[in-house]
Design a protein around this ligand. Structure first.
Ligand SMILES: CC(C)(COP(=O)(O)OP(=O)(O)OC[C@H]1O[C@@H](n2cnc3c(N)ncnc32)[C@H](O)[C@@H]1OP(=O)(O)O)[C@@H](O)C(=O)NCCC(=O)NCCS
Length: 318
């Protein structure tokens, strides 16, 4: 049995907010935000949009993309929906996966949400892959979908400028093929860092120690990449692209520099979307595949980190 990605898709809210359009009270500037983060704009949910709505659209786009790749999968064939989100429509239950299942008419799918903050897509990918194998299922949707604009503190200029809403999805197929598409996975947590990035229980807003998160992120990205390369016996020459969670372009640049690897192997897609948490990696996969940078047969690494603290990565052949 071999599991592979056969479709990718993304969805963004209708409303785009440029740095220059942020509220004046924030006392920030396009120059500061770009020079400290690489962010130029973000998409924000408005009426009739939320993380489940975006998740459905991203999933539909992944199914359509699979079709264009020659894989005709209808929603009734989907066995599993794994949805990573930090901002579900309902805190607690029902899960976003259930809302998405209903909208897609995926009548035969099991579904649940994953909570691992910005690392959630990688956790979901490994969970989806493992369950397809374990349950002898054929198709799984793994979705990262976020409405961070609902939980950012719009009075805190050091954090609110970082985040945006959006969704990305992949469709996994479990087939009889002998080729293994996924290599190793790395997953980890460190609850000692819980207080550097958390959602307040009373105010339901993001609280962040930016410096602590930055230092953790650079260190962890380096470790994830090195561990995956060691596990799968890869050198940098074997790897075409290293697709990182898009939190701040400076984090990615610093990790690349510390590893002494060419920055060209680290695509940066934060300018338009800002940090979309667990949606950032599947959105990046969609854009890179659509614009022809990510090609069939390429060896890639994925690496993410986030609140928890959590982290995760994997190697795969596209
Ligand atoms: C948040 C972050 C961008 C701050 O960048 P930084 O270079 O460390 O900036 P500092 O916090 O040192 O702030 C420098 C100055 O800019 C100011 N500043 C902060 N945000 C600002 C903003 N949006 N606009 C203008 N000025 C701002 C600060 O008040 C400070 O001013 P001071 O020197 O007068 O006190 C950076 O720490 C970061 O990206 N951390 C990681 C966050 C992250 O990725 N979180 C999500 C993880 S999934």
């Amino acid at each position: 049995m071999s599991v592979k990605i056969i479709g990718v898709g993304k969805a963004l809210p209708r409303k785009k907010i440029l740095n220059s359009e942020l509220p004046e009270e924030l006392n920030t500037s396009d120059e500061w935000i770009r020079s400290h983060t690489g962010i130029g704009s973000r998409y924000i949910c408005s009426e009739n949009e939320n993380s489940a709505v975006l998740g459905v659209k991203a999933a539909e786009a992944a199914l359509a993309n699979a079709k264009s790749n020659g894989f005709f999968v209808n929603s009734e064939q989907i066995d599993l929906i794994v949805c990573s989100t930090a901002v579900p429509v309902h805190w607690g239950f029902p899960s976003n996966a259930c809302l998405i299942q209903q909208s897609l008419c995926a009548d035969n799918a099991a579904g649940f949400d994953v909570s691992a903050a910005c690392s959630g897509f990688i956790y979901g990918l490994q969970t989806g892959r493992a369950l397809l194998n374990q349950m002898n299922w054929k198709y799984a949707l793994v979705i990262g979908t976020e409405e961070l604009s609902r939980i950012v503190n719009w009075k805190d200029r050091s954090s609110c400028i970082l985040f945006g809403d959006g969704a990305g999805a992949v469709l996994l197929e479990n087939s009889e093929e002998n080729t293994e598409h996924f290599g190793s996975f790395v997953l980890g947590t460190d609850g000692k860092g819980a207080e550097v990035l958390y959602l307040g229980t009373d105010d339901i807003l993001i609280h962040m120690d930016g410096h602590a998160v930055y230092n953790f992120a650079v260190k962890k990205m380096v470790e994830i990449i090195q561990t995956l390369m060691e596990k799968d016996n890869l050198s940098i020459d074997d790897i075409d692209l290293i697709i990182c969670h898009q939190a701040n372009e400076r984090i990615i640049q610093a990790a690349a520099k510390r590893l002494n690897y060419p920055l060209e192997k680290f695509p940066i897609l934060i300018e338009e979307y800002a940090n979309t948490s667990s949606a950032s990696i599947p959105i990046s996969l969609t854009d890179l595949s659509e614009n022809g940078i990510l090609k069939h047969g390429m060896k890639i690494l994925l690496a993410g980190f986030g609140a928890g603290l959590t982290w995760g990565g994997c190697s795969l052949t596209w």
